[in-house]
Design a protein around this ligand. Structure first.
Ligand SMILES: [Zn+2]
Length: 254
């Protein structure tokens, strides 16, 4: 069995065929899917979807690119959502200095508040980090060690970032850029990282693998991510599937 620990099935891109997409994932051996929220609305939708499909779990959180007026505006509502059945993480949260859609100080405040929420609910976190590894590392390092659990989704940091995050107890999520011809540095990291700290993700509908580049991505295609990890580490895909599924089960408690 494989897991897709990061897919946005609540997005409009899946409105026409959501149930078929979830079925195709099952048929491809992808037995567990995790849908993180990006806003309050998206988090609510993720919780509802998870209630309707037995393979699907939800995370709730406000994405760094999502504008909010002030932290108190969403925190109470998110707190209620975090206590709902089948919610296994807080996410996706973090920092995005690449898009820079939201003031950086406001991003940090929102990130820290949601780490606090995760601690209060004893849930792991799903972290989106783009061009912001120095600040993200500082923020998660200041988070009490007893609460530190989570994944840096679609990891795009340096080898030094990887070492620091592993040391802090985090895992990394690998998405389909690992299948792109030019992703030599990422493949090297995937070869070097401990296998017990790697999760497989799609970020669907985004980041389609090389075979479907530019098209809509979907959870069934996480098989191609696992195949690329297996090739890099000279393992069978079944070994990668077993290891990453065990990692996901341990982190998300399913
Ligand atoms: Zn995402």
């Amino acid at each position: 069995m494989l897991c897709d620990t990061h897919c946005h099935l609540d997005f409009e891109a899946f409105d026409a065929d959501r149930a078929a997409v979830i079925e195709r994932a099952g048929a491809a051996g992808v037995g567990r899917l995790l849908n993180p929220g990006t806003s309050l609305e998206s988090s609510r939708a993720a919780v509802q979807l998870a209630g309707r499909h037995s393979a699907l779990y939800a995370a709730v959180g406000i994405h760094p690119n999502e504008k909010v007026k002030y932290v108190g505006e969403f925190l109470h509502e998110l707190d209620l959502l975090a206590g709902q059945p089948r919610v296994v993480a807080i996410g996706e949260i973090g920092l995005d200095y690449y898009r820079d859609a939201v003031d950086r100080a406001a991003q940090c405040e929102k990130f820290e508040a949601q780490l606090g929420l995760a601690a209060a609910h004893s849930l792991p976190v799903i972290i989106h980090c783009r061009a912001a590894y120095a600040d993200a590392r500082a923020i998660v390092a200041a988070w009490p060690a007893a609460h530190r659990a989570g994944v840096f989704h679609s990891f795009s940091g340096s080898p030094e970032d990887l070492d620091a995050l592993l040391e802090l107890g985090f895992s990394i999520g690998i998405t389909a850029p690992v299948t792109y011809p030019k992703s030599h540095a990422l493949r090297q990291l995937v070869g070097a990282a401990p296998l017990d700290r790697i999760l497989t993700e799609t970020d669907a509908p985004f980041l389609a693998p090389q075979s479907r580049r530019g098209q809509r991505n979907e959870p069934a295609l996480v098989v191609e991510v696992a195949a690329a990890i297996a090739a890099e580490r000279r393992l069978e895909i079944s070994q990668v599937a077993a290891a990453t599924s065990a990692n996901a089960a341990a982190m998300f408690g399913w």
